[in-house]
Design a protein around this ligand. Structure first.
Ligand code: HEM
Length: 337
């Protein structure tokens, strides 16, 4: 294996070591962001169980919701920090994040609201919507047969949300350099990018998100050469023309054949030039992310990927958090108090 670079500890890592490392990672996040594992142990001991139960029911009846809940947390954290600003509704004087173009297909708001209602009944004014998003993302991954990890808690909810801030999300059509930059701006490195892109093992993308890769256009004289030709043929049947006239309801699996199971098969598709989004394909254009994709695609890397994912998620979940007296604990997640 010529390209085996120092991406992760050797394959001898066993489950107990992984668990220990995750606990250490969570502890260091707690140190940096004043978040704590078990934060609600005294004030709302049932909090994590309530979230888990509601999430289990929701995903039990709609397995594709696991993807939606994971994505909600990511879109929350990248824009103004993990402060649940993504959940706020627009007001007559303000267009909220929800209404921005990149957030157009976010789902799962109703499930988050149901969880919040249960928590308000059990412990009024105690558990933040930002913490709910972090816990639901963790539970969604583990219910989809992925890893679980201790989530450091104690985030407070923001009081503002602006569609204009959504430019902080990595650009949909950007090359690897721009995606690396967008991650770096949030304190995430190239390894986090390779690892967190693995979230695309779950869920679907609509034609509008990738149709430009399938057709020549004013700016590109050919379809995207980075896309496997036979796969592109299949995708063109789902998206018969380029974006604007394409039905926005048609969606394709980001990890074909396994889009409700959290595993490494996403990386096998990317390695075979079948990454659906530009950002997936572009992982092959950087030395480190390419090496990570090829290792994860080897079929002998699942334990490493699961461990890496828990570490990178803990980093992402600590971006720009509000703690202490900052922000508030919203009573309803879609409006400020
Ligand atoms: C690397 C930069 C990324 C870009 C450019 C990107 C972009 C996208 C786009 C365009 C979609 C499809 C939207 C649609 O057509 O409806 C999508 C779906 C998704 N993304 Fe990402 N994403 C990125 C990273 C991430 C990260 C870091 C996570 C989570 C940790 C994530 C989780 C998801 C999930 C789970 C879905 C499927 C959602 C569903 O089925 O409802 N993405 N992403």
């Amino acid at each position: 294996m010529a390209t085996r670079v120092a991406l992760a500890p050797p394959m001898v890592a066993v489950a107990s070591v992984a668990v220990l490392l995750v606990v250490c990672a969570a502890a260091s996040v707690a140190g940096q962001g004043q978040l704590q594992v078990g934060y609600y142990n005294k004030t709302c001991p049932a909090a994590e169980q309530i979230v888990r139960n509601e999430t289990t029911v929701a995903i039990g009846s709609s397995p594709d919701l696991a993807a939606a809940l994971l994505r909600l947390h990511y879109h929350d954290c990248f824009v103004q920090g993990c402060d649940a600003s993504v959940l706020l509704d627009s007001t007559p004087n303000n267009t909220a994040e929800k209404e921005s173009l990149p957030n157009g297909s976010l789902r799962g708001f109703d499930v988050v609201a149901r969880v919040k209602d249960q928590l308000e009944k059990a412990c009024p004014g105690t558990v933040s919507c930002a913490d709910i998003l972090a816990l639901m993302a963790r539970d969604a991954v583990s219910l989809a047969r992925g890893p679980s990890w201790p989530v450091a808690l104690g985030r407070r909810d923001g009081r503002t949300s602006s569609a204009a801030s959504c430019g902080d999300l990595p650009p949909l059509h950007g090359d690897i350099g721009l995606v690396v930059q967008a991650f770096a701006a949030k304190g995430l490195d190239v390894k986090d990018l390779a690892v967190l892109s693995g979230a695309h093992t779950l869920g679907k993308a609509h034609c509008a998100s990738y149709a430009d890769r399938l057709y020549a256009s004013a700016t590109c004289t050919t379809p995207d050469p980075a896309l496997d030709a036979r796969y592109a043929d299949r995708l063109r049947m789902r998206c018969p023309s380029n974006s604007s006239s394409t039905s926005s309801t048609a969606a394709s699996e980001l990890d074909p054949g396994s889009c409700t199971t959290f595993d490494t098969s996403y990386y096998r598709h990317v390695a075979r030039r079948r990454g659906l989004l530009r950002s997936d394909a572009s992982l092959l254009d950087h030395r480190f992310t390419r090496a990570y994709v090829l290792q994860a695609a080897s079929g002998r890397f699942d334990g490493h990927f699961f461990h890496d994912f828990t570490v990178s998620m803990a980093k992402m979940a600590a971006i720009g958090v509000l703690t202490g007296d900052q922000g508030e604990i919203r009573r309803k997640c879609n409006v400020v108090n």
